[in-house]
Design a protein around this ligand. Structure first.
Ligand code: PMV
Length: 340
């Protein structure tokens, strides 16, 4: 028996940075699901030959054994009491990314959402458990493995967390947003790869640093205010406000790391150069675009696809010299996971 899913990555406009309780977000976050940056995962299950009670699990990434990730999945499965049945079987996980894995693009959102989908489908097939709200349950499960992964279960724009202006929001799982203004329905995301090296500070460590951060309370207030403003901008089609809020969110994430009791610089010199170039291009051209960053040096340039030709030419002539081996991922808004 085998199940296979393809799940996308997502890019946050409002950042989840800091937790409360058991893997719950300190503030609401809002993201756009990507189309091309995806993980494809398969899990095959066979009855075990021995009757040992430990979990029999292997994991390979792009055909090669990955002991570190294997341990991550094993530890995760052992925390899930609903998956006790898995001890009677041999489970083989294999996965691959549809984008070059050497680009340093965080793949935990795509891999953990693909994992959650595979596990839930297996649970339905192996023990007959029905999940009437399959995607919602997969989002909850993905959240337990990696917070931002819970937003990859749906296409378009996705909301996670509680907020007075979005009544469907929930801390336990993400919710797809009802359709936003047409100005934001056709978005491109050019991911400019400044460095493909592994992240200097893991997101687990980043969230930990927020726990003792002197600006922790102010950050939660700011994020909730940004969320209210972004919901308005998305409803009204207001690119100018969108740009201001999304860029401020990216800068805040990095400023919080720089001002943490144990400070960390997550940008590289090429990051700053690219941000300056985008700022002057945006000002001179007046085009609908904005930059954002994850917890690393690579830059996401968000733009309206009707301006694609001008944006791609700007990327090629001005930005690629600051990218590692002129690398970028030409992504866009996507429809969410697919069963393979
Ligand atoms: O899902 P985690 O625990 O890896 O956290 C990632 C958080 C950011 O990617 C930095 C921001 C976000 O909301 O996606």
């Amino acid at each position: 028996m085998q199940v296979s899913w393809s799940a996308p990555s997502n890019i946050a406009f409002i950042k989840y940075w800091g937790k409360k309780g058991h893997q719950l977000p300190a503030n609401a976050s809002l993201s756009m699901t990507l189309n091309r940056a995806r993980t494809e995962m398969s899990v095959s299950v066979e009855k075990k030959e021995n009757n040992k009670s430990e979990l029999d699990l292997t994991f390979s990434f792009e055909g090669k054994a990955e002991p570190q990730f294997e341990k991550k999945i094993r530890d995760f499965l052992l925390t899930l009491s609903d998956f006790a049945w898995a001890k009677d079987y041999a489970l083989k996980f294999s996965s691959k990314n549809t984008f070059p894995h050497s680009t340093g693009i965080a793949s935990s959102a795509s891999s953990m959402s693909a994992l959650a989908l595979c596990l839930l489908e297996l649970e339905e097939k192996m023990v007959g458990k029905k999940h009437p709200h399959f995607l919602q349950e997969a989002s909850r499960l993905a959240r337990l493995a990696s917070g931002s992964a819970c937003r990859s279960l749906y296409g378009g724009h996705v909301f996670w967390g509680e907020h007075p202006d979005f009544s469907a929001g929930n801390d336990e799982w993400a919710t797809p947003m009802p359709s936003v203004h047409e100005n934001f329905q056709e978005m491109g995301d050019a991911i400019l790869v400044v460095s493909s090296a592994a992240k200097k500070v893991s997101s687990r460590e980043g969230h930990n640093r927020m726990a003792e951060h002197p600006f922790k309370a102010a950050r939660v207030t700011q994020a909730q205010q940004h969320t209210a403003l972004l919901l308005q901008a998305l409803a009204q089609g207001d690119w100018q406000s969108f740009q201001q809020i999304v860029q401020s969110e990216a800068m805040t994430l990095h400023a919080l790391m720089m001002s943490a009791p144990r400070p960390a610089i997550l940008m590289a010199s090429g990051t700053l150069k690219i941000l300056e170039l985008i700022e002057s291009f945006a000002q001179d051209s007046g085009l609908p675009l904005a930059y954002t960053l994850d917890a690393g040096p690579n830059v996401h340039l968000l733009y309206h696809k009707k301006e694609r030709t001008r944006v791609v030419s700007f990327i090629q002539t001005e930005l690629l010299p600051f990218c590692e081996e002129r690398m970028w991922i030409d992504d866009e808004i996507g429809d969410g996971p697919k069963k393979l």
